[in-house]
Design a protein around this ligand. Structure first.
Ligand code: CP3
Length: 356
């Protein structure tokens, strides 16, 4: 028998990870904290790393560089979670609809708008590119402190489809909404394929070491009523069910940005374990309708973080007073803005940890 004491990092069970506690029904004080888009351009060390890669997607597909980008914000701010450095557009890229990130302009894709365009997408083709992201996850897990969680993610089928159909970021998601209205069967086939690829993408990240998942639905607020149920809630539910068949105890957070009061239907219909709230959602509404029923995550306005100062302090105090007595994760209402001074982020972490 080997009587050597195991190193601390291995003997701590993962339930010591602070991010997992709210999902066990615990209202931690101070709450766990991480930020959407915590890696990226607001960090000078990210900009230096990015300059070493030929393109943004090269960075995503080079595990050594992507792991470093993942770890940078955790090292700097001591957050409770890392989020794997990748992108929601890795899924269309891996399916065969190549994506390019044009400097200063955003993503560009050759649009998919008809049923016959769907032949370009092959779920079997995703293995190589997904495999590189899984390698990043495994590397990060080896380097992270044991008590820090590692979040895996994907874009929700609806949001990813808005880029695949639009060919770029669109102001009103018009191209995808039009296809969904004129040919719901064809559009549904695209969504089905995204469900399938997303399940593989998420389950592979879990197998490689992710202990929490988040599904980003940045453009969920473009839909309402039956359309929201059909293209946001139902595909998200399908992903959640299928991932949970393979990884039963794994917490999944949904982020249906901009859905307002429809968030209660989203939480009930999708089966997610936690809901990311954007900054437009009133705290009283969140406290009344979501807190205690699901894990709430959010919701400081990223512009308030970029501005900093006493207004930010006041809003942090309001959020904590309204939400932190029930299972809660502190986050922003959307991603960190590139203009954000890193000092403001460090100060925000300090404020939340001191309970102010
Ligand atoms: O810390 C992290 O969150 C890193 C991983 C991450 C990225 N994108 C890296 C990235 C995550 C979780 C995302 C999610 C993502 N990507 C979303 C959902 C969240 C949101 O912000 O709404 C969306 C809609 C995308 C699609 C996307 N990726 C766009 C529209 C753009 C260009 C505009 C922009 O925000 O920069 C990207 C590029 C991108 N993804 C960058 C990073 C760090 C910037 C790349 C660079 O210029 O170096």
């Amino acid at each position: 028998m080997n009587l050597e004491p195991k190193p601390m990092a291995l003997s701590l069970p993962s339930s010591h990870r602070r991010l997992l506690r709210p999902f066990a029904g615990v209202a931690l004080s101070p709450p766990p904290i991480w930020f959407m888009r915590q890696a990226g351009r607001h960090l000078p060390e990210y900009r230096a790393l990015r300059a070493k890669a030929a393109s943004f997607f090269d960075l995503c597909y080079t595990p050594g560089l992507a792991a470093e980008a993942t770890l940078q914000p955790v090292r700097r701010y001591g957050l409770d979670a890392a989020i794997v450095f990748s992108d929601i557009l890795v899924v269309p890229d891996a399916l065969g609809q190549e994506v390019e990130l044009v400097e200063g302009k955003g993503p560009r894709l050759d649009p998919i708008r008809t049923k016959s365009d769907l032949a370009r997408l092959q779920v079997d083709a995703t293995r190589t590119k997904f495999g590189r992201v899984f390698e990043t996850v495994a590397r990060v897990r080896r380097e992270l402190p044991n008590d820090t969680s590692l979040i895996g993610f994907c874009g929700a089928p609806w949001t990813v489809a808005t880029y695949m159909v639009g060919g770029e970021a669109t102001a009103d998601q018009g191209a995808a909404r039009l296809w969904a209205r004129t040919d719901p069967v064809g559009f549904g086939q695209l969504v089905d394929r995204l469900v399938e690829a997303s399940v593989e993408y998420l389950a592979g990240q879990v197998a490689a070491g992710a202990d929490v998942l988040q599904i980003f639905d940045t453009w969920a607020g473009a839909l309402a009523g039956e359309e929201l149920e059909r293209w946001v809630n139902a595909p998200t539910k399908a992903i959640v069910e299928r991932v949970k068949e393979r990884c039963p105890a794994l917490p999944i957070i949904g982020f249906p940005r901009g859905v307002g009061a429809q968030v209660t239907a989203y939480a009930a219909q999708t089966g997610v374990d936690g809901v990311g709230c954007d900054a437009t959602m009133p705290l009283e509404f969140i406290a009344r309708e979501l807190s205690g029923k699901t894990v709430v995550q959010g919701n400081l306005d990223p512009a308030l973080l970029a501005a900093g100062g006493v207004e930010m302090e006041r809003q942090v105090a309001k959020i904590l007073a309204a939400l932190a007595d029930r299972p809660f994760i502190f986050n922003l209402g959307h991603g960190i803005l590139p203009q954000t001074p890193p000092e403001n982020v460090a100060q925000l972490v300090k404020l939340v940890r001191e309970g102010k």
